[in-house]
Design a protein around this ligand. Sequence first.
Ligand code: PMP
Length: 358
Amino acid sequence: MSRKYNFCAGPAALPEAVLQQAAAELVDYQSAGLSIMEMSHRSPEIVAIAEKAEADFRELLDISNDYAVLFLQGGASTQFASVPLNLLGDKTAADYVNTGQWSKKAIKEAKRFADVNVVASSEDSNFTSIPAFDSWNLNKDAAYLHYTPNETIGGVEFMWTPEVDVPLVADMSSTILSRPIDVNQFGVIYAGAQKNIGPAGLTIAIVRKDLLGKSSSHCPTMLDYQTAADNDSMYNTPPTYGMYLAGLVFQWLKDQGGLAAIETINCRKADKLYHFIDTSDFYANPVEVASRSLMNVPFTLANADLDKQFLAESEQAGMLNLKGHRSVGGMRASIYNAVPEAAVDALIDFMKDFESRA
Ligand code: PMP
C-alpha cells in the first residue's frame, strides 16, 4: 500500500494513524462481535464513543459548560438555514459579512427566513481581502452577525475575531481545530466535519446555551438546536461511524499536543508554501497577505495553458487533488491538520521542478 499526499479541500485527508486504527477495529469492535456501524446508537459502546468524542472536543477547544456541543447532520449547508431558524427569536433582521462563495451561500439561504443586511463585502475585489472592520455597516437590531472565518474556495481567513454587540455566528467548516480560538467570543460555531474533524456526514455545532429555545415556530424539529441539546444529539439515529472517526481524530490531535502544537505546524506549512509562491515569478496567490488562509492555499501558474500538465504531473508524483475550485481556476493546496509537513515540502519541490521545466 502506498498512500499519496491528498490536498483535497474536502472531504480531506485523515491522519493515517486514525485510518489504521479504524481498519483494525472495523469488523469486530473491541471484541464486541460486531462493527460500530451495526450497533444500536443506544448501545453502551456508542454512548461511550459519543461521550468521549464530545469530552475530547471540549478539551481541545476549551469549551465551557455555557455551551452545548451538538452532533448534527446535513452538512454546514443545512446550518445556513438552521442559524436563522434558531436565532432570530422575535427579531427579523440578521447581519452577514460577505467574504466569498461560502458567505454568499449562507446569505442566499438566510434570505429565505430573515431580512439580511450585508454589513460588508469584498466581492468588488474578487474576494481577495477582508473589508476593514471600521467600514462595516452593523445593525444594532440584528439578531446575530454571521461570518465565514475561513473561505475555503478563495483561501481568505480572518486572523481576528469581530467584536460585536449581537451574538457572533461563525461557519468554521474549514478552520476549526487548526489553531486555538476563544469560544467565549461566539454565540454559535458550526462546521461540516469533512476537513479537520472527520468524514463527511457529521456536522458539529457549538451553541451558547442562552441561545437555545428561541427557534421559530416553523423550525423543523430536526433543525432545532434544542432538540439535539435535549437528546444528547440522539433524537434520531446520529451518524455513529462518523462520530467514532471524529473521536479518533480528536484523540490523535490531543496526542499531537493539542491546538497550540498543531497551530505551530500549520503556520510553518503555510508560511513555507506562501513564501515559495511569493518568491517565484511563475506562481502567484492573489490574497492580501494579512488575510491568507492557513488551510487553503490557492495559486495560479503564469501560463494557464500549463494547468492540465501541472495537474497530470503532480498526480504522477503522488500529489492528489490540487485542482482549484471551478469558480476560481488555477490550483489549490488544502493543507489541513492531517496533511503532513512532508507533503508541503514535496509539493514545493515539485513546483520548483515544474517551473524550471516550464
Ligand atoms: N462552508 C464552508 C466554509 C465550506 O468549506 C463548506 C464545504 N466545503 C461548506 C460551508 C458546505 O459544507 P457542506 O458540504 O458540509 O454542506
